[in-house]
Design a protein around this ligand. Structure first.
Ligand code: ADP
Ligand code: MG
Length: 386
């Protein structure tokens, strides 16, 4: 789960990481009031969406007067922003952050992430900030420094200082960088985060390091023990179908293909997608309806699947281990009747009471195509869209 910049900065502030003063507004009037009350003579109006790259998309503007604060807030509020980080979605701007304008001497890059390949947390740091780090990695990889944090030993200040000196910072700045890195590391652990990115981390005209932008992502699976963070969820920033699935505790991820999948069990769902691809098809989604698939959950899953206009056929692959296939068959039928599915549905059932389940499907007068096994099901799902 991702957070807004202002929420991320609040978390930074709690850990003593320096951020510019700022407050979030939902109306232009509120924005002006915040700017007036702030001890600043220039402000930056920043659209709050769950993505970076706002600068280029007109979502970050320097305001020299209160009139400009009002105008830029008016322009941004209600606008939709699509950047290289929004994954094809246009995210609505419901809030703007009014923040003091900083005197930027230099923009740096700092992030902390779960480094799966090295089985640890790793910092990625660069003296080349404010730009897309992917670009820096491509054009001048020598400017990127990586620091792996040993899981048992933790993070040592000397290791942070080494990174700072490698970046060419002054002794004073190196000290500040080490403090920020140690605070970020603590924050990461205490909140079960998945990613922290500060781009840019700036050196201002007083030679101080300040986090000018902040992006924090939390590990969904640990949110149950971070109620305060969980409450910050903003579903307006998420794919509507994925948000709905989340609400019903279904694991759904939209993909680009046209063969929808409804499967119980994440492993089986992955295998189903693989077999679809093997047969020359493209899965439209990943969907795990869970071990205890009920008729209601199947109906909701159908609705979510069908909200994707690209879907041309649906492959239902259920293994009756905990659930019985006859129950699932009835569930599928009532869901189809309720939702009104118009694309071909291919059903592969296996496991407890499979024969009863197949009989129910065959005897229903709905056009459900029954499959013998996964191979057969995938062939039929691919054939159905041709
Ligand atoms: P995004 O990453 O979404 O484009 P940023 O917060 O990184 O948004 O802002 C983009 C750029 O705008 C920064 O690299 C910086 O140059 C400038 N900027 C952002 N906030 C401020 C600020 N408070 N004062 C001065 N310049 C800023
Ligand atoms: Mg940024």
């Amino acid at each position: 789960m991702n957070f807004h910049e202002y929420q991320s900065k609040d978390l930074f502030a709690e850990y003593g990481i320096p951020v510019p003063h700022g407050k979030v507004a939902e109306t232009p009037e509120e924005a002006v009031k915040i700017a007036q009350e702030m001890d600043a003579d220039m402000w930056v109006v920043k659209a709050q969406v769950h993505a970076g790259g706002r600068g280029k998309a007109g979502g970050v503007k320097l305001a020299k007067t209160l009139q400009e604060v009002e105008q830029y807030s008016k322009d941004m509020l209600g606008m939709k922003i699509e950047t290289y980080q929004t994954g094809g979605l246009a995210l609505p701007v419901n809030q703007v952050l009014i923040t003091e304008a900083a005197d930027i001497e230099k923009e740096l890059y700092l992030s902390l992430l779960v480094d799966r390949a090295n089985k640890c947390l790793s910092f990625v740091v660069s003296a080349e900030g404010g730009v897309e780090i992917e670009e820096v990695a491509k054009t001048s990889p020598e400017k990127i420094h990586t620091l792996h944090v040993n899981n048992e030993e933790g993070l040592f200040p000397y290791a942070c200082r080494k990174v700072g000196f490698a970046m060419g910072l002054t002794a004073k700045q190196v000290g500040q960088l080490a403090k920020i890195m140690i605070a970020l590391h603590k924050m990461f652990h205490e909140n079960d985060l998945a990613l922290v990115e500060v781009n840019p981390l700036i050196i201002d005209d007083q030679q101080n390091l300040i986090a000018l932008d902040a992006k924090v992502g939390a590990d969904e699976n640990a949110l149950f023990r971070h109620k305060k963070l969980a409450a910050l969820r903003d579903v307006t920033q998420e794919d509507p179908a994925e948000a709905k699935a989340h609400e019903h505790e279904l694991n759904y991820i939209k993909l680009d293909g046209d063969i929808a999948c409804m499967v119980n069990g994440a492993g089986l769902a992955m295998a189903t997608m693989d077999v679809i691809k093997l047969k020359g098809g493209e899965p439209a989604n990943f969907l795990d309806v869970g071990g205890g698939a009920t008729a209601e959950r199947v109906a909701i899953a159908f609705k979510i699947i069908l909200s994707d206009p690209n879907v041309k056929s649906i492959l239902v692959n259920i293994f009756g281990g905990i659930v019985r296939c006859d129950l699932i068959a009835n569930g599928i039928i009532s869901a189809i009747e309720e939702v009104g599915v118009e694309v071909p549905i291919i059903v592969r059932l296996e496991g407890t009471n499979v024969n009863e389940g197949k009989k129910i499907l065959n005897e229903s007068n709905l056009s459900v195509i029954s499959a013998d096994d996964l191979d057969d099901a995938a062939n039929k799902a691919v054939a159905a869209i041709q």
